[in-house]
Design a binder for this molecule. Structure first.
Ligand code: NAD
Length: 257
């Protein structure tokens, strides 16, 4: 029987993909707390969502995910308001190659910390109710991209974390499932590149034009795989302009030793 998802916590939800995920969850009647470092954009998204779905269904936390205390406080505020978080979505990210330390800190460290905070809250063996932890990586976490090597490194790291957590034989008794979303280029602010944000900028842009750009809606469709299906542990959903969304899972193909 499908585990009921009633509440979700989404990082980087003020705009772009996180906003799209939050809206799709709210459309399904799932209560959402979204956290973001951009206070005014977050507030206006919250106002819009509250007018569409009601004050009790949504909350915004101004939060810099690179501060573990800030992230934990925001997560706890969601637990306080909703009683429990069933779905954790580590989505906040940047793609600026000139900001190596910040990039690793947001894209990788904070996603791992967010996962651990959610895990401790959700684990059934310590009184939790179970849940799902979805990390938003990228196709750049599956194949090397020479014009965004630091971004790739952060996302490869996150995919590695996902595989490790999904292969944990104790995940089942903890009532936890891990999913990983890997979109290719998508029409959000993160792809507003310039020469400072990408190595070999001209070549990067040519590549981007050649492979095409996902719509946010297409990536949201892929994301909802993790909400609509019962057994998602270990699933990696890729979303590309050419092939739409595809589900891969090496954990289901062979026993993980
Ligand atoms: N758009 C793409 O082409 C694409 C492709 C693959 C993966 N992704 C991933 O999708 C995720 C969402 O990106 P997006 O495309 O929506 O870009 P975006 O720039 O529109 O949204 C990213 C959000 O993260 C927030 N954020 C950044 N740093 C933060 C911090 N320190 N604390 C809290 N919030 C922070 C931003 O304020 C913003 O709202 C990222 O992890 C990104 O790497 C995007």
């Amino acid at each position: 029987m499908q585990q009921l998802i009633r509440t979700a916590f989404v990082t980087g939800g003020a705009q772009g993909l996180g906003r799209g995920f939050s809206k799709a969850l709210l459309d399904r009647g799932i209560k959402v707390c979204f956290a973001d470092v951009q206070a005014s954009v977050g507030k206006s998204t919250e106002t819009e969502f509250k007018s569409l779905y009601g004050d009790d269904k949504v909350m915004f936390c101004h939060c810099d995910v690179t501060s573990v205390n800030n992230l934990e406080d925001s997560f706890n505020a969601a637990v306080k308001k909703f009683g429990h978080v069933d779905l954790m979505v580590n989505n906040a990210g940047i793609g600026d190659e000139s900001k190596l330390v910040q990039m690793i800190s947001i894209n990788l460290t904070a996603a791992i910390q967010g996962s651990q905070i959610a895990l401790e809250h959700m684990r059934k063996d310590k009184g939790g109710r179970g849940g799902r932890i979805i990390n938003v990586a990228s196709t750049a976490g599956l194949i090397g991209v020479y014009f965004s090597p630091r971004y790739c490194a952060s996302k490869f790291g996150l995919v590695g974390y996902h595989h490790s957590m999904a292969s944990n034989p104790h995940a089942k008794e903890m009532g936890l499932q891990f999913g990983c979303l890997c979109p290719a280029f998508t029409d959000t602010a993160i792809i507003n590149f310039d020469e400072t944000k990408m190595d070999y900028y001209d070549e990067g842009l040519k590549f981007l034009e050649a492979i095409g750009i996902n719509t946010v809606d297409a990536v949201v469709d892929g994301f909802m795989h993790f909400v609509d299906n019962d057994d998602i542990n270990g699933d990696i959903v890729t979303v590309t302009a050419q092939r739409g969304f595809q589900v891969k899972n090496k954990h289901k193909r062979k026993a993980h030793l």
